[in-house]
Write a protein that binds this ligand. Structure first.
Ligand SMILES: *Cc1c(COP(=O)(O)O)cnc(C)c1O
Length: 367
C-alpha cells in the first residue's frame, strides 16, 4: 500500500511554505561569496538583535543541559509589565506562527471557516487548510483590509478572522479606531486575531490598543513576535495576549517545552532594551524614505508602507528577483500572493538600501 494513501486528506493537499532564500543557499548555487550577499527578503532586522539580548542568549547557553521553563515565567512577567496586563494573559510560542497553529488546534475542524484578507500573511491560509477548514479570502481594498467586506463574509461557521496590521506583504495598516469599532461589532461566535508582527514599527500613537477590548471580555487576541524589530528571528519566539480563558486554552494544546531557554532569555533582555528597538524603528522610517526616493528616481511604483518592507512594482517580478539574486541581493517574489508584477523588499541599513537601489537599476536595464 502506498504511504500517500494513509495520509489525512488535509495533509495530502497541503501546500508548502516558501521561505525567503537563505544567504548560504544563494552563495552555493551562484558561486558567490556569502559575505557579499545581502538578504532583504524576510523582513528581518538589518541591525541584528540588541547587544543585551545577545549577551543574555550567550549566558543561557551555559545551562543547555537543563530543560527550559515550560511556562516562560520570567518572560511573561516582563511582558505583563510592558503591556500592563496580567502574566496569565500571555502565551509564548515558537515564533508567533506557532500561536496561529495553536489557534487551529483549539478551534478549527472541517466544519469551520476562517476569514482573512487577500493577500495577507500566507500562514493563515496554511493553518486553515491544515485543519481541513474552509478558506474565506476577502480581497484587500486600496491595499488595506476591507473590514466591512470581511464582516459580511462571516457566516455561522466562521470561527476565526485574521487582521494583520501592518499587513504582510503590503506593509499597510488599517486605522486603529476603525479596527476597534469593527471588533466590537463582530458576532459572539467569532474570534478576532490581530497580527501585530510589525506594530513596533508604527509611528508612535498610531497602533491599535487591544487592551480595552480584552478588558470588555471580547473574543480577541493579539499576536506579537521577537522575529522582526527585536532581531531574534533565528531563535523562534513570539507571543499571544488575550483574556485568561483564551490563553489557558492555547496553553492546553502547546508542547510543554515549546520555547527554548536561549530564546526566552534573549526575548526577556530584548524587552529591557527599549532604546535599541526605538533606534531600529527610527532607522526604518528613514530607510523607507531613502528607498522611496530611489524608486521615484527609477520611475517605479510602490505601495506606501508603515512596516519594515515595501511592495515595489517591477514588471516581471520573477525575472527581477532572479536578476537581483544573481547580483547578490535577495528579495522576495510575491507571485504566490497573486502579485506577479511586484517584489517585496525589506528595509535594510542605509548601505544595504543604496545597494538594493543600485542593483535594481541594473536589473531593470538588463532584459
Ligand atoms: C513575520 C511575521 C510573523 C512572525 O512570525 P514568527 O513565527 O514570529 O517568526 C507573523 N505574522 C506576520 C504577518 C509576519 O509577517
Amino acid at each position: 500500500m502506498k504511504l500517500e494513501t494513509l495520509v489525512k486528506p488535509s495533509v495530502r493537499t497541503q501546500p508548502s511554505y516558501e521561505p525567503g532564500k537563505p544567504i548560504e543557499d544563494v552563495a552555493r548555487e551562484l558561486g558567490l561569496d556569502p559575505a557579499t550577499i545581502i538578504k532583504l527578503a524576510s523582513n528581518e532586522n538589518p541591525w541584528g538583535p540588541s547587544p543585551k539580548a545577545l549577551a543574555a542568549a550567550k549566558a543561557a547557553l551555559d545551562h543547555s543541559e537543563l530543560y527550559p521553563d515550560g511556562g516562560c515565567f520570567v518572560l511573561r512577567q516582563k511582558l505583563a509589565a510592558v503591556h500592563g496586563l496580567g502574566a496569565d494573559q500571555f502565551v509564548i510560542g515558537n515564533g508567533s506562527n506557532e500561536i496561529i497553529e495553536l489557534l487551529g488546534h483549539v478551534f478549527l475542524g472541517p466544519e469551520d471557516e476562517v476569514v482573512f484578507g487577500g493577500p495577507a500573511f500566507v500562514v493563515y491560509k496554511l493553518v486553515t487548510l491544515l485543519f481541513g477548514a474552509k478558506v474565506v479570502e476577502v480581497p484587500l481594498q486600496h491595499w488595506r483590509h476591507d473590514l466591512a467586506g470581511m464582516a459580511r463574509a462571516i457566516t455561522p461557521r466562521t470561527k476565526l478572522v485574521f487582521v494583520a496590521s501592518p499587513n504582510n506583504p503590503t506593509g499597510t495598516a488599517n486605522d486603529a479606531a476603525e479596527m476597534t469599532a469593527w471588533a466590537r461589532a463582530l458576532p459572539e461566535h467569532v474570534i478576532a486575531v490581530f497580527d501585530e508582527a510589525y506594530a513596533e514599527y508604527l509611528a508612535p500613537g498610531t497602533a491599535m490598543d487591544l487592551r480595552p477590548l480584552i478588558a470588555e471580555g471580547r473574543k480577541v487576541i493579539g499576536l506579537r513576535t521577537f522575529s522582526k524589530i527585536y532581531g531574534l528571528a533565528s531563535l523562534r519566539v513570539g507571543y499571544g495576549y488575550a483574556g485568561v480563558e483564551l490563553v489557558a486554552l492555547l496553553n492546553r494544546v502547546r508542547q510543554p517545552f515549546n520555547v527554548n531557554a536561549i530564546a526566552q532569555a534573549a526575548a526577556t533582555a530584548a524587552l529591557d532594551d527599549r532604546e535599541f528597538a526605538e533606534k531600529c524603528a527610527r532607522e526604518n522610517r528613514s530607510g523607507l524614505v531613502q528607498i522611496e526616493a530611489g524608486l521615484r528616481e527609477l520611475g517605479l511604483e510602490w505601495v506606501p508602507s508603515v512596516a519594515n518592507f515595501m511592495l515595489v512594482k517591477v514588471g516581471d517580478g520573477a525575472r527581477v528577483f532572479g536578476a537581483l539574486q544573481a547580483r547578490g541581493v535577495i528579495v522576495r517574489p510575491v507571485k504566490i500572493y497573486g502579485l506577479p508584477d511586484w517584489i517585496r523588499v525589506t528595509v535594510g541599513t542605509p548601505e544595504q538600501n543604496a545597494r538594493l537601489l543600485a542593483e535594481l537599476k541594473v536589473a531593470l536595464a538588463s532584459r
